[in-house]
Design a protein. Structure first.
Length: 76
């Protein structure tokens, strides 16, 4: 398996990545692998096609205001 070294990362960025990894119960290395894999799942063209299809499928639908749904849930 190949290795990559990234130099010059900001300390604050590293701290945020470590927090994110901890929240996801992963090591920093595993979190970075997951981020890279997710970022390369689709090409720009594929993502644009998926987005277009979703907009077409949802066109004309009326969705409730999420504020109302949250208020209803809190009132229970």
């Amino acid at each position: 398996m190949a290795q990559v070294l990234v130099r010059g990362l900001d300390k604050k960025l590293i701290a945020r990545l470590k927090q994110q990894a901890k929240a996801n119960k992963r090591s920093l290395e595993a979190e970075l692998r997951e981020i890279i894999a997710a970022a390369t799942t689709y090409t720009h063209t594929e993502a644009a096609d998926i987005s277009r299809r979703l907009r077409e499928e949802l066109a004309g639908r009326v969705f409730p205001d999420s504020v109302d749904l949250i208020r209803e849930d809190r009132a229970r």
